[in-house]
Design a binder for this molecule. Structure first.
Ligand SMILES: Nc1ncnc2c1ncn2[C@@H]1O[C@H](COP(=O)(O)OP(=O)(O)O)[C@@H](O)[C@H]1O
Ligand SMILES: [Mg+2]
Length: 346
């Protein structure tokens, strides 16, 4: 059987060990998000490696032992014009973890037993109420009284969905106002903190479905309020997003524009790592220096292009049982995957 080709541009197939370098970018994320506790926006063209960086950052944070981090992934489809749905998505995620922390059961067990939305809302309302009551009982008075005096939360908050709305992704925000959602989210954050999750990081990959009418100021004030409660957002967005919503940047005090691999050596590290994987899979393939030079020139250090050309070239080598990727094979791969336009004479 032909060994599997580790080169790929399908990011979901990449194992952590296949995501190369990004040392300085990770350092910056650590400084901004973990040390300074600020939000971060990762920008850069399609294929430059935003999702890969997010994945690597996520896993290194998850591996930290000294602090309890809760890592949440948020569907960017929830980024509607006003923050209502977005907050509700976030609230559900927080609630699911809080439910799991307190009952020891996964959130899905709660949902599985209900077949109609009405049942879900009937069931969820008291559970949220219990959570908050429980939390109030164990929490000292001083810390909760200032926030809640003028609001009625807990079991009195109706989490009702309209009949026509479906369970799951389409849950309605029901009758919860944005203010109520925020307060419940803050409560849940405190419950989670009591349970040992002192920090929450929300990842939003590909913020490209954001509504063009997004009310940035509203979102920003929510983001700032969450920031003060140890919840940070790390989002990615490509240039199309900023063409559509130039002021999206204003949501984030920090942005980092990702560029390709900084030098040839990093591409070499990628090639060596992937050749090792091939070897473990029973295929000995190498990239001689002249091939590497050509690859560097062609790809301009853009990770996706390095992978794309190498994937094609290694496929060819595997089929033809070749052990060395020659410059010719690289050029032939380019002819197969790129379309060429003659350059204007100088
Ligand atoms: N650090 C990296 N190491 C190895 N390959 C990478 C790396 N970053 C990006 N790639 C390659 O580029 C492709 C696109 O990366 P991705 O993170 O999905 O880009 P973006 O999210 O910016 O569009 C990946 O499938 C992979 O082939
Ligand atoms: Mg991406």
């Amino acid at each position: 059987m032909k060994p599997q080709n580790p080169f790929t541009i399908d990011t979901s197939r990449l194992q952590l060990g296949q995501i190369i370098d990004r040392t300085s970018e990770l350092q910056k994320l650590y400084n901004v998000v973990l040390s300074r506790q600020e939000n971060m926006l990762l920008t850069g063209q399609h294929g430059i490696g935003k999702t890969c960086l997010l994945k690597k950052f996520r896993s290194s944070v998850a591996g930290e032992k000294n602090e309890q981090f809760l890592l949440v992934e948020l569907e960017m489809l929830g980024m509607t014009a006003t923050p209502g749905e977005f907050l509700f998505d976030l609230l559900l995620k927080l609630f699911a973890v809080a439910y799991n922390c307190i009952t020891g059961k996964p959130f899905s067990t709660l949902l599985r037993s209900y077949s109609a939305h009405r049942d879900v809302s009937l069931a969820l309302t008291p559970v949220i109420g219990q959570l908050i009551d429980l939390y109030r009982a164990v929490k000292s008075k001083e810390s909760s009284s200032n926030l809640l005096d003028t609001h009625s939360l807990g079991a009195s908050v109706g989490l009702t969905a309209k009949k026509e709305e479906k369970i799951g992704a389409n849950w309605a925000t029901g009758e919860l106002s944005t203010g109520e959602q925020l307060l419940i989210a803050y409560e849940l954050l405190e419950i989670l903190a009591d349970k040992g999750f002192s920090r929450v990081i929300v990842f939003g990959d590909e913020a490209n479905h954001v509504s063009p009418d997004i009310e940035i100021d509203l979102y920003r004030s929510n983001f700032e309020a969450f920031s003060a409660r140890n919840l940070q957002f790390v989002f990615t967005g490509n240039p199309a997003l900023f063409d559509k919503i130039p002021h999206f940047h204003e949501l984030f005090p920090n942005a980092m524009e990702l560029t390709g691999f900084a030098d040839h050596k990093i591409m070499d590290e990628l090639l060596d790592t992937y050749c090792d994987i091939l070897k473990r899979n029973g295929a000995s393939i190498n990239f001689p220096p002249e091939t590497r030079d050509i690859l560097w020139k062609i790809s301009n250090g853009v990770p996706r292009e390095v992978q794309r050309v190498c994937q094609e070239a290694v496929d060819y080598a595997l089929v033809n049982s070749e052990h060395e990727i020659s410059p010719e094979v690289v050029l032939r791969s380019c002819v197969d995957i790129y379309s060429f336009v003659p350059r204007k004479p100088a």
